[in-house]
Design a binder for this molecule. Structure first.
Ligand SMILES: N[C@@H](CCC(=O)N[C@@H](CS(=O)(=O)O)C(=O)NCC(=O)O)C(=O)O
Length: 216
């Protein structure tokens, strides 16, 4: 059986957990704190990041969330829902991947900002730069979601774009509860709240983790 190395707050790992659950692909969840010395992540990923999908042989590993999702689509071509539209809809496929780029980029900036805030001497310009990326990215996601009350971003079923946006909104709600995005973009919040009603989202709601080792 597949094993997914994950962490409770990880928005990247949540994308993979949602996709595997939606597609009915069984997997064992191995929850870790990638920042702690106890993590197994470096044994499988030279970049020392989770999520990591360990294959049935217990040795081969697939890592980097967007690549793991591509791998799942390629290896389980018949499992619905498809994360991307059919190959002939090139522009829709590219758009879905662009949405994931922005959603993941917001998460990247949030992670950098989180750790910056843990430093003894915080660099305000660096923190401001990260939050600018978060705000700019959210503005773009809200623009793409629009005000027509669409349930899914691309096509009429859950796809990559929805999973990526759902993961970043869920991460913000847990890690940045005071951020004003929900007031600024009620359309984005409404679209996200609808996604959170799905079983795959309910089963993967992020939660904070305790980091033991000092890393900044
Ligand atoms: N681009 C990567 C980012 C993954 C990532 O940053 N994971 C964090 C954990 S979490 O922020 O998702 O909870 C990690 O393992 N960090 C350890 C490290 O960067 O050394 C992906 O999409 O998989």
């Amino acid at each position: 059986m597949l094993t997914l190395i994950s962490a409770t707050p990880s928005p990247y790992a949540r994308k993979v957990r949602i996709a595997l659950t939606e597609k009915g692909i069984p997997f064992t969840l191995q929850t870790e704190v990638p920042w702690d010395s106890t993590t197994q992540t470096p044994q499988y990923n030279p970049l020392e990041k989770l999520p990591v999908l360990i294959l049935e042989d217990g040795k081969t590993a697939v890592y980097e969330s967007h690549y793991i999702l591509e791998w799942i689509e390629a290896k389980y071509p018949d499992r619905a829902p498809k994360l991307l539209p059919p190959v002939e809809r090139v522009d829709d496929r590219l758009f879905a991947k662009q949405v994931e780029v922005v959603a993941d980029g917001i998460c990247d900036a949030l992670v950098l900002a989180l750790f910056e805030k843990r430093r003894e001497h915080i660099s305000d310009p660096w923190l401001a730069r990260q939050m600018r990326k978060v705000d700019g990215g959210l503005r773009q996601l809200a623009q793409w979601v629009g005000d027509d009350g669409k349930e899914f971003l691309v096509g009429d079923d859950l796809g990559l774009a929805d999973i990526a946006i759902g993961a970043v909104c869920g991460y913000l709600a847990v890690r940045w509860p005071d951020h004003t995005w929900r007031k600024q973009y009620p359309n984005l919040e409404k679209y996200w709240a609808n996604l959170e009603k799905r079983e795959s989202f309910k089963k993967t709601v992020p939660s904070p983790q305790n980091m033991v080792d000092k890393i900044v």
